[in-house]
Design a protein around this ligand. Structure first.
Ligand SMILES: NC(=O)c1ccc[n+]([C@@H]2O[C@H](COP(=O)([O-])OP(=O)(O)OC[C@H]3O[C@@H](n4cnc5c(N)ncnc54)[C@H](O)[C@@H]3O)[C@@H](O)[C@H]2O)c1
Length: 360
C-alpha cells in the first residue's frame, strides 16, 4: 500500500550517511525521524543535524519504533542480513546498502523475509543512478553504438591524503574478510563495477576469471589491487568484458569523496561510449563521449557530482513507497551482481575460471 509520507530511520550513521541523507532531507514528502548507531554520540550528532527527534543505539529499538515506516541500513556488511531480516519482520520497508550481504545464502534469507513481510526491499546501488551512467545506458539502449560487444571498466586508487577523510573504524571492518565478505576494492567497491558491467549488455554474465593481488599498505592493512577481472556474457555474439584495478596509491586523484577514479568504455558494433568520471574527477574531460560514424560527441551538460547518484537513488526509494511500486535494485537482480562479485573472489583464490552457476 502506498504511503502518504515516508518517515525514515537511519541505521548506521557513519561515513556514507553524509550522502545517503540528502535525498530524504530534500524530498518534500520524506523526513528522517530516527537515527540509530552503536556510537551514541555520533547518533546524537547526526540526529541534531537532520532534525530527527529520536536517537537509538540498538537496532531493535529502531525496529520497534511505530513512527518509522522505512529503515535505511548503512551498517557493515556482516550485519546486513540480520538487520534487514529483523527490520522486515517488524514491518519496515528497507533500503539496504550494497553489497546486500556477504553470501548468496544470506541474500536468499533476506529475500524470503521480504516476500513474507510484503514490504519493499531494495538494494541501494548508486552508480546505476549516476547521471552520466544513466545517459550512457540510454544511448546504448537506443542503439547508439549498435550491438554492445564489450564493457571495460577501470578503477585507479589515489593517495589517501586527498578527498574524504575516512576513519580507521570505517576502513577496519572492510579489511577483514569476515566482516566485509571479500576485498574492500574487489568485493565492496567492486559491486558497483560488476553492476556496471551487467547493465550495458542485455545478457547475464556466465563465466569469470580474476587475478587479485593483495598489496600491503600498513602494519595490518591491505589493498586488494592490482587486480584484473575478466568475464564472458552468455549467448551470442561472443561478448567479453574486463575490469582493471590499478594500485596507483601514490597518485593524486582529485575528488570531493573517495580517492577513486572509475571510468567505463562500452564498445559496440557501430560505436563507442566512454564515461570518464564518477566518484573522482581526475581529468577535465567531458563526463560522457560518444563515437559513431566518424564523429565524436561530448556531453557537457550532465550533472557530474557523485552525490547526485545518492540523491537520485534515495529519491527513487521514497517515490516508490509513495507510489506503491517496486524500486531498483530488487533481490533477484542483486543476486546476479553478488554472484558475479563472489565468483571473482573464488576465481582469484583458486586460480581458475569460475562459472557463476557453480555458486548456486
Ligand atoms: N554506495 C556507495 O558508494 C557506498 C560508499 C560507502 C559505503 N557504502 C556502504 O554503506 C555501508 C556503511 O559504510 P560506511 O562507509 O558508512 O561505514 P562506517 O563504518 O563509516 O559506518 C558504519 C556505522 O555503523 C555503525 N554500526 C556498526 N554496528 C552497528 C550496530 N550493530 N548497530 C548500530 N550501528 C552500528 C558504526 O558505529 C558506524 O557508525 C556499507 O554497506 C558500505 O558498503 C556504500
Amino acid at each position: 500500500m502506498a504511503l502518504e509520507r515516508v518517515r525514515v530511520g537511519i541505521l548506521g550513521a557513519g561515513r556514507i550517511a553524509d550522502l545517503q541523507c540528502l535525498g530524504y532531507l530534500e524530498h518534500p514528502r520524506a523526513e528522517i525521524v530516527a537515527v540509530c548507531d552503536a556510537d551514541g554520540a555520533l547518533a546524537r550528532e547526526r540526529a541534531a543535524s537532520w532534525r530527527a527527534a529520536r536517537v537509538y543505539t540498538r537496532a531493535e529499538q529502531l525496529f520497534a519504533d511505530p513512527e518509522v515506516d522505512a529503515v535505511d541500513i548503512l551498517t557493515p556488511h556482516h550485519l546486513h542480513a540480520e538487520h534487514a531480516i529483523a527490520a522486515l519482520a517488524a514491518g519496515k520497508h528497507v533500503s539496504l546498502q550494497k553489497p546486500p550481504t556477504r553470501t548468496l545464502a544470506e541474500l536468499d534469507r533476506v529475500a524470503a523475509a521480504a516476500a513474507a513481510s510484503g514490504r519493499l526491499l531494495r538494494v541501494f546501488e548508486n552508480f546505476w543512478y549516476y547521471p552520466p551512467h544513466r545517459k550512457a545506458r540510454e544511448l546504448v539502449e537506443a542503439g547508439a553504438v549498435g550491438v554492445p560487444l564489450s564493457v571495460r571498466v577501470k578503477t585507479a586508487a589515489g593517495r589517501a591524503d586527498r578527498g574524504w577523510k575516512v576513519g580507521l573504524s570505517s576502513l577496519g571492518w572492510r579489511m577483514n574478510r569476515e566482516t566485509c565478505g571479500g576485498g574492500p576494492t574487489t568485493f565492496d567497491h567492486g559491486y558497483h563495477c560488476y553492476q556496471m558491467a551487467r547493465c550495458f549488455v542485455p545478457a547475464d554474465v556466465e563465466r569469470v576469471h580474476a587475478f587479485i593481488h593483495w598489496t600491503r599498505i600498513g602494519e595490518d592493512a591491505w589493498y586488494d589491487g592490482p587486480a584484473l577481472v575478466s568475464w564472458k556474457y552468455a549467448g551470442d555474439p561472443p561478448r567479453f568484458g574486463s575490469w582493471e584495478v590499478i594500485a596507483s596509491l601514490g597518485m593524486q586523484v582529485r575528488s570531493s569523496y573517495y580517492v577513486s577514479d572509475d571510468r567505463i568504455e562500452i564498445h559496440g558494433t557501430e560505436g563507442i561510449v566512454w564515461v570518464n568520471r564518477c566518484t573522482g574527477k581526475l581529468l577535465d574531460e567531458p563526463a560522457l563521449v560518444l563515437y559513431r560514424e566518424g564523429e565524436t560527441r561530448a556531453f557537457h551538460d550532465l550533472p557530474v557530482d557523485w552525490a547526485d547518484s545518492f540523491r537520485l537513488g534515495t529519491r527513487d526509494f521514497v517515490d516508490a513507497l509513495l507510489e506503491g511500486r517496486p524500486c531498483f535494485q530488487d533481490a533477484a537482480d542483486a543476486r546476479k551482481t553478488l554472484a558475479f562479485a563472489l565468483a571473482a573472489g573464488v576465481s582469484a583464490a583458486e586460480g581458475r575460471e569460475v562459472a557463476l552457476a557453480e555458486l548456486g
